[in-house]
Design a protein around this ligand. Structure first.
Ligand code: FES
Length: 150
């Protein structure tokens, strides 16, 4: 099926299988491997991207149904060679260990920032609850987000 996606500001015209999920199109067709595959069924948040202004688990989105959509991945956050403030805060707060979940964590945190719906520690934890970290870096992840929100 033909599908046009604008990913990190670049428009791509692709032909995809009807069953192809956005995660696999990003990683395998566009070589944007920053978006990670963890559970592959909507449970872990490793595949989080921002789709038309809303965060989604890209493993749960059929690419063919998003013709004309815009996607932002972790590769699209830095501008002019400078990290996004959320990326910088994750570094400053050591908000990762193995790093596998980090792209998804950061994309959710950026969505939180853009939506402006979470301010307290409890609200941040609730908003971020769909992004699992097997290393348990949650305290530092929340601290990084708080720094950017402040
Ligand atoms: Fe998509 Fe786990 S890989 S939620």
């Amino acid at each position: 099926m033909p599908v046009t996606l604008t990913v990190n500001g670049t428009t791509h015209r692709l032909t995809v299988q009807p069953t192809a999920v956005l995660l696999d199109v990003l990683r395998e067709r566009l070589q944007l491997t920053g978006t990670k595959k963890g559970c592959d069924h909507g449970q872990c948040g490793a595949c989080t991207v921002i789709l038309d202004g809303r965060r989604v688990n890209s493993c749960m989105v059929l690419a063919a149904m998003k013709d004309g959509s815009s996607v932002t991945t972790i590769e699209g956050l830095a501008e002019d060679g400078r990290l996004h403030p959320m990326q910088q805060a994750f570094i400053e707060h050591d908000a990762f260990q193995c790093g596998y979940c980090t792209p998804g964590q950061i994309m959710s945190a950026v969505a939180l920032l853009e939506e402006g719906r979470a301010n307290t520690v409890e609200e941040i934890r609730e908003y971020m609850s769909g992004n699992l970290c097997r290393c348990g870096a949650y305290v530092n992840i929340v601290a990084a987000i708080q720094q950017v929100l402040a």
